[in-house]
Design a protein around this ligand. Structure first.
Ligand code: DOR
Ligand code: ZN
Length: 346
């Protein structure tokens, strides 16, 4: 019989982009397909989600597409996010605030140029026990470039942690050995998400292939190995956040300025199972995808009526989802995975 793993409950993905409109309708159903029932939703829509009402309206649109998923909602850090907004957000059940340094990635042009003006906001978040989600990169300029942008951000992470030691901070999609070390050096209020694609990719696979291009970029083999080590270490500071980021084919195949983002939602747990299996660390899969993130966030969630069963049986990643040039090409499109994800309705 094929080797089989039934997750004790579906996975929780603590970093998800599902966009809005037609793209949202295409992508939201793939959350469940990939084995996930809890999705932590990013606010970098156009325009970004900077009011409580906009976040709640977005949540309703998501629920209209698939009501079986628990959507955990975030605000986009901008001058509009005052301490008063934080108190109202907490009342409204919003969990986190995502901070994008201005200009580092997709829809980050309304992001943050300097952190000090937000100290009162961070203090209110600390008081309300909300979570600060950091896109941990410094914008390229002078000596800062794609490959050291995350390492250059570490002093900012440490500074915020020392100013607000009780504020829960997640360093999102960490991609470097330096970031892993920094998270380990911080106290228990600081954790990090790790994506599925960064467990596979290094610089060679995105230079020349825009479908593997995302921010932060995948780095050196030694960095990828540090991420694999962290994800499979059994340390609860590291948990799953896919940063699955759909872009239409037209935006990926642009000769100049291809959009950053790798789409992994359809096989989220599949890619992870593959990576953990290769290292002989399948015993660490469930804590990484199902437990540590839920514990850090202290979430309450909907009951699900379905189970996720992983079978060691070959599956082929679809070449695209959606129609024509508005479709989305998943990570490892057309390639074999040695695990198949089955959603079993109970
Ligand atoms: O590659 C990325 N894509 N990184 C981000 O931070 C944003 C995301 C997106 O929204 O497409
Ligand atoms: Zn993201």
């Amino acid at each position: 019989m094929a080797h089989e793993i039934t997750l004790p409950r579906p996975a929780a993905d603590f970093h998800v982009h599902v966009r809005d409109g037609e793209m949202m309708k295409l992508v939201v159903p793939t959350i469940k397909q990939g084995g996930v029932s809890v999705a932590y939703i990013m606010p970098n829509l156009v325009p970004p989600l900077t009011t409580v009402d906009a976040v709640l309206a977005y949540k309703s649109r998501l629920e209209a597409v698939d009501d079986s998923i628990t959507y955990i909602m975030t605000l986009y850090l901008s001058p509009a996010i005052t301490p008063e907004v934080i108190h109202a957000a907490r009342q409204a059940g919003i969990t986190g605030v995502k901070c994008y340094p201005a200009g580092v990635t997709t829809n980050s042009e309304h992001g943050v140029a300097s952190y000090a003006p937000f100290y009162p906001t961070f203090a209110a978040m600390e008081q309300e026990d909300m979570v600060l989600n950091l896109h941990g990169e410094c914008p390229s300029s002078g000596h800062v470039h794609l490959l050291n942008a995350e390492e250059e951000f570490i002093p900012t992470l440490k500074d915020l942690h020392s100013r607000f030691p009780r504020l829960r901070i997640v360093l999102e999609h960490c991609t470097s050995a330096a970031a892993v070390r920094a998270v380990l050096e911080c106290g228990p209020t600081v954790a990090a998400t790790i994506t599925a694609h960064h467990l596979f990719l290094t610089i060679d696979q995105w230079a020349g292939n825009s479908y593997n291009f995302c921010k932060p970029v995948a780095k050196f083999p030694s960095d990828r190995d540090a991420l694999l080590e962290a994800a499979t270490s059994g340390n609860p500071k590291f948990f799953f956040g896919s940063d699955s980021a759909p872009h239409p084919i037209t935006a990926k195949e642009k000769a100049k300025g291809a959009s950053a983002g790798v789409f992994t939602q359809t096989h989220a747990v599949g890619y992870l199972t593959e990576a953990f299996d290769k290292l002989g660390k399948l015993d660490k899969l469930v804590p990484f995808v199902c437990e540590y993130g839920r514990d850090f966030y202290k979430i309450s969630e909907k009951e699900t009526s379905w189970k996720v069963v992983m079978t060691k049986q070959e599956s082929i990643v679809e070449s695209q989802i959606g129609e024509g040039n508005s479709g989305v090409v998943p990570f490892k499109a057309g390639e074999k995975l040695s695990w198949t994800t089955t959603i079993v309705e109970e």
